[in-house]
Design a protein around this ligand. Structure first.
Ligand SMILES: [Zn+2]
Length: 214
């Protein structure tokens, strides 16, 4: 009898391992950050981390193994070749000074968007290195694009990461997080897209004990 229980536990453990410990019916996909030519995986991890924290969703980071194609049409086969099962949405991170890979929101039917670091450098797209300002601008744009990929509208609150910014100054003035409304709205949309969502860590404030005789 005891042996049977142990076997059942081992079997359950195996099932949980295979399914990543998810509850039945929960989505298991992720937002895949794919780094193009010259983009370090560490930088991809920074963007993935920003996405993970704001949307509390699963992410991954990989390198686009072939070179960056010269046209948007060439991007799709490259992404298809790199995409793994479960990569529901793809955020391509490029560092291309050419106008071909624009920073404009590029939500295609393939479910990917492009963040081009070159467009965010304070001293122009061809200046070397990736400074903190460039990284933070890219993080804000990564959040906005993931929001757009799951069907969220632009937020009217200027401090929200999902608000529109017409200039780099406006982009710098934005917050690094979603406003409470966007957080609330994003969760079911992320799930609906098929991406695994972590339950939010609720900050429970300790209530003072009521005074006696109240
Ligand atoms: Zn918002």
């Amino acid at each position: 009898m005891r042996k049977a229980s142990v076997c059942a536990l081992v079997a359950l453990g195996a099932v949980l391992l295979i399914h990543g410990g998810s509850r039945a019916g929960e989505p298991v996909g992720r937002v895949a950050v794919m780094c193009g030519r010259g983009v370090q995986a560490e930088l991809g991890e920074r963007l993935a981390s920003a996405v993970r924290e704001s949307f509390t969703c699963a992410t991954s980071v990989s390198l686009l193994d072939a070179g960056v194609p010269g046209t948007d049409a060439g991007m799709t086969p490259l992404i298809r070749a790199t995409r793994k099962a479960g990569d529901v949405l793809v955020l391509v991170v490029l560092d291309e000074p050419s106008a071909v890979c624009s920073n404009a929101l590029d939500v295609s039917s393939e479910g990917y968007a492009v963040v081009n670091l070159a467009g965010y450098r304070p001293r122009g797209p061809r200046s070397p290195g990736t400074d903190e300002v460039t990284v933070q601008r890219s993080e804000r744009e990564a959040l906005r694009m993931v929001g757009a990929l799951v069907g969220m509208k632009t937020c009217p609150l200027p401090l929200c990461a999902l608000s529109e910014s017409a200039t780099l100054e406006e982009l710098d003035a934005k917050g690094m997080n979603l406003c409470p409304h966007c957080r609330y709205v994003s969760e079911p949309l992320i799930r609906k897209a098929g991406i695994a969502v972590e339950p939010r860590r609720l900050k429970v404030k300790e209530q003072p004990a009521p005074a006696e005789g109240d």
